[in-house]
Design a protein around this ligand. Structure first.
Ligand code: AKG
Length: 296
């Protein structure tokens, strides 16, 4: 569907101005969109995983910072929360994210994957500038990621930043010159992206972030004294078909969450960089790639 066709449909969760902002700038922030009930359930569940992480090794469910300790957890990410706990799947497949996705992608929707980035207090690691679609190419770019801050996030807590209108610009090379996947835009390309123009999305707990899969985004280290938990779920229009098998073995990868599956794949002529073949070694998290831990 074109943006005009999508905008002509009645909105379910967003205002018309928020939808228009997404199509024009490639991202949006919707303050306090997720209600107190969902937040309380998600936070109660998340607190259990923080407890579990104290004795985790960091090789599967959790991505941990190198100095994580049982008495002082430092979690970068809970990988694929929808597979860890039924509550996260209930939220991702039936909660308000699905309405947000419908407002921006139309009525036929697939879930792709999820992650819960904690960005711990006292220096929780930065996410360097990158675009998502090179990690998981699809036949077109009607693919986006929706996030919700589970706690209040102010400007000092490393909110997510997005470069306005970068979804309409080029896709960048996320390999280094030795053809190693780094998962971030090369240093030499950063001056081209106008990082000073980034819009940073802060807000009270329940604030929703959305960014298109081509939008350049990232976030600085969190030097505040509070973690910044951001639950992220990626969705695709039903006719955007994943080109790689990244989520093909995930229980909910490419699962329809609303509407009808596509009978015809839709192709966008703009080329997409292909990621490495992660089917043998498995995908490491963006933090491990960007911090060059994946090759160790
Ligand atoms: O957590 C963030 O600030 C950004 C997350 C992100 O871009 C990612 O995990 O791909």
């Amino acid at each position: 569907m074109t943006p005009e066709e999508i905008l002509a449909r009645p909105a379910k969760a967003l205002t018309q101005a928020q939808r228009e902002h997404y199509f024009e700038y490639g991202y949006l922030g919707a303050p306090a969109l997720i209600g107190a009930d969902w937040l309380a359930r998600l936070n109660e569940c998340t607190a259990r995983y923080v407890e579990e992480s104290r004795h985790a090794s960091g090789d599967g469910r959790f991505d941990l910072e190198p100095d994580h300790r049982p008495d002082a957890p430092r979690i970068r990410r809970l990988n694929s929360p929808v597979d860890a706990d039924e509550l996260y799947w209930e939220f991702a497949s039936t909660g308000p994210f699905v309405d947000v996705a419908e407002d921006l992608l139309g009525p036929n929707l697939k879930f792709h994957h999820s992650k819960l980035n904690f960005k711990w207090s006292g220096g929780g690691e930065e996410v360097k500038w990158h675009q998502d679609i090179q990690f998981w190419p699809h036949t077109n770019y009607d693919v986006l990621t929706i996030g919700v801050y589970l706690e209040d996030v102010d400007d000092r807590m490393a909110p997510m930043g997005v470069i306005p209108k970068s979804h309409q610009g080029p896709l960048y090379d996320l390999y280094d010159h030795d053809r190693n996947w780094t998962g971030n835009i090369r240093e030499e390309d950063v001056p081209r992206i106008d990082a000073a123009s980034a819009g940073y999305i802060a807000g009270p707990a329940g604030t929703v972030t959305v960014h298109n899969c081509r939008s350049i985004h990232g976030s600085p280290p969190n030097w505040s004294d509070r973690p910044r938990p951001l639950l992220l779920c990626a969705y695709a229009a039903a006719d955007a078909i994943a080109i790689t098998n990244l989520v093909s073995r995930a229980p909910h990868g490419n699962e329809m969450v609303r509407g009808e599956p596509a009978r015809w794949a839709r192709f966008d002529p703009r080329p997409c960089l292909m990621p490495p073949d992660w089917s043998r070694q498995g995908y490491k998290s963006i933090f491990q790639h960007q911090q060059r831990e994946a090759a160790r």
